[in-house]
Design a protein around this ligand. Structure first.
Ligand SMILES: Nc1ncnc2c1ncn2[C@@H]1O[C@H](COP(=O)(O)OP(=O)(O)OP(=O)(O)O)[C@@H](O)[C@H]1O
Ligand SMILES: [Mg+2]
Length: 381
């Protein structure tokens, strides 16, 4: 855009009519043309259970919204997607359904997922190039062939080629790990629906384990605890809010004293009521899902070949995904494994940033994605 403006200020850039100035003008014209009509703006997508993020080459992350779709069942149309639809979760009348099309990291409701992806891609792809984009989509490493195909088909909305990248590989690239080098690194991506533990080396996954327990299970455990211990029912969003504000995985005397007021429905009276919940008391409530995550890390470490295990001991374990933001989770994993644990700088952005880096540095990093199975020619649909 800057070049475009300069071109319209001939007084500053093109004071004389010499041959040189003409050449400058020509080359400027070409670059303006290329920038305005970039042949293709490529797109990286982290299609997560909880959040979908979109990266556009040359622009960075352009969208981060919840993976939620609100459908009008009577008219069969999509009412809202993303942030707007998330506000409707648990608050819809009979004819409207707010759904999360992904469960456990894979597409559960194909139509809703396609609607969501279409809307998101259009949002993120304004000012698109004349060629349909190349798409790099992160998928959990444990998914089956059928699930891969479902993701690929949903991704084919207006793309010229769809590449799938294992989420742990993308997360590791996004977290700044040297994945293409001959050293072992361990990444643990704790998302909404799945936790993926992977050991990577030379751009590939040496071994990985995926458990369908992650951030959402931690919120669910809070809901179960409130019901059992306090006879209180709260919605999905309130449980998540409690987790974010006072949830913690490892003892911390000062933080454990903190508390918050929680509003919900009292099971016995059926009436709304408020209780005060202490951070320290909540830890026991979320211990079970945290244990499943820790066990997955331990099992993967046990299976790791010795040379790579030595690298991991040297370099530590890297945590990514929104679940890495649960207070004290790195201390817990470190305490249980005896290995230093880092939390990535922006854990929620690692996968999409990794997809983005692959697009920006396609020649070098192309080998970390699948070969395209479906190549559509030329202009977008
Ligand atoms: N500050 C926070 N503290 C604790 N948990 C958080 C925080 N922010 C987000 N989360 C949790 O992170 C999870 C979402 O993480 P993320 O966006 O990485 O998942 P996702 O990529 O959509 O899911 P998946 O990778 O399983 O498909 C949710 O369970 C959310 O509650
Ligand atoms: Mg994820």
């Amino acid at each position: 855009m800057a070049a475009f403006k300069e071109f319209h200020h001939p007084g500053r850039l093109y004071q004389d009519d010499s041959e040189n100035a003409f050449k400058l003008r020509r080359s400027d014209q070409v670059s303006v043309f290329l920038r305005r009509f970039q042949l293709s703006r490529d797109i990286g997508i982290d299609l997560g259970t909880a959040n979908t993020l979109i990266y556009v080459s040359g622009r960075g992350i352009v969208m981060q919204e919840p993976s939620v779709v609100a459908l009008d069942l009577d008219r069969g149309v999509t009412l809202a997607v993303g942030d707007e639809a998330k506000l409707m979760l648990g608050r819809t009348p009979g004819n409207i359904r707010a759904v999360r099309p992904l469960r456990d990291g894979v597409i559960a409701d194909f139509d809703a997922a396609e609607q969501m992806l279409k809307t998101f891609i259009n949002k993120g792809n304004e000012g698109r190039g004349i060629m349909a984009p190349r798409l790099v989509v992160g998928i959990p490493s444990g998914v089956t062939g059928v699930e891969r195909r479902a993701v690929r088909e949903a991704g084919m909305v207006g793309a010229r080629e769809v590449h799938l990248i294992d989420e742990p590989v993308a997360a590791a690239i996004g977290a700044g790990l040297p994945v293409t080098e001959p050293v072992g690194t361990m990444i643990v991506d704790i998302g909404g629906g799945t936790t993926e533990v992977a050991v990577l080396s030379l751009g590939g996954t040496v071994l990985s384990e995926s458990v369908r327990v992650a951030g959402d299970e931690i919120s669910d455990a809070i809901g179960v605890y409130l019901k059992k211990v306090h006879n209180m029912v709260v919605g999905e969003r309130t449980a998540e809010d409690i987790k974010i504000r006072i949830g913690s995985a490892f003892p911390d005397d000062e933080f454990d004293q903190q508390s918050m007021d929680v509003r919900g429905l009292h099971l016995l009276s059926g009436l709304p009521r408020t209780i005060n919940l202490k951070a320290g008391d909540l830890r026991e409530a979320i211990a079970e899902p945290l244990k499943v995550i820790v066990e997955a890390v331990k099992r993967t470490l046990e299976r790791t070949p010795p040379e790579l295990a030595a690298d991991i001991v040297d370099r530590g374990i890297m945590l990514a995904g929104g679940g890495a933001l649960v207070r004290g989770i790195s201390d817990l994993i470190s305490h249980e494994t005896g290995i230093f644990v880092h939390v990535a700088e922006d854990p929620l952005l690692c996968v999409v940033n990794g997809c983005g880096q692959v697009l920006e540095d396609w020649k070098r990093l192309q080998r970390v994605v699948d070969t395209p199975e479906f190549v559509r020619s030329a202009v977008s649909a």
